[in-house]
Unconditional design. Structure first.
Length: 160
């Protein structure tokens, strides 16, 4: 069974976001081993300097990298990434399985983004949209798209 993880910066603040992620985690049980790994978010002043922002991105990146399982295929969620359809994501999962990849890790950075070090480890840089979403919503949307990809690959009724 393939392992799918989301490594993200920060905790979900509202109960409804947590409940939504938990619902998709439950739905994913027949398809994969699924986990969400949260790393600590750096605290910054209201008007941080460029240096403070860069240090934050670097420290959060180091925390993320320490949580990536060995031999994982890494997909970073970033604004400059490529946009893919749900069917494209499903194909990525199928291709990974065929190539013998047993672990896929999605990474969601903090509000200031991901370090270049994390991005350079990624086999795919993925963007959900050119629009901006709150990180909590992006996490739920990613959980849903992972579930949808497995539904597509299994010819489930969920995806139309």
């Amino acid at each position: 069974m393939i392992n799918i993880s989301i490594i993200c910066v920060g905790k979900l603040k509202e109960k409804f976001w947590t409940e939504a992620c938990n619902e998709y985690a439950k739905r994913l049980k027949p398809f994969c081993s699924f986990s969400i790994i949260e790393v600590e978010e750096e605290k910054l002043p209201d008007e941080p300097s460029r240096s403070q922002i860069n240090n934050t991105i670097m420290r959060e990146g180091q925390r993320i990298i320490s949580k990536i399982p060995k031999n994982s295929r890494i997909i970073s969620m970033c604004i400059e990434g490529k946009q893919k359809s749900s069917e494209d994501l499903a194909r990525e999962f199928a291709d990974s399985a065929v190539s013998g990849t047993s672990s896929i890790v999605f990474i969601i950075g903090g509000s200031w983004g991901l370090s270049d070090e994390v991005k350079n480890l990624s086999s795919i840089k993925l963007s959900m949209s050119r629009m901006t979403f709150p990180h909590q919503l992006a996490r739920v949307m990613l959980c849903e798209q992972i579930y949808r990809a497995f539904q597509i690959n299994s010819n489930g009724k969920y995806h139309k």
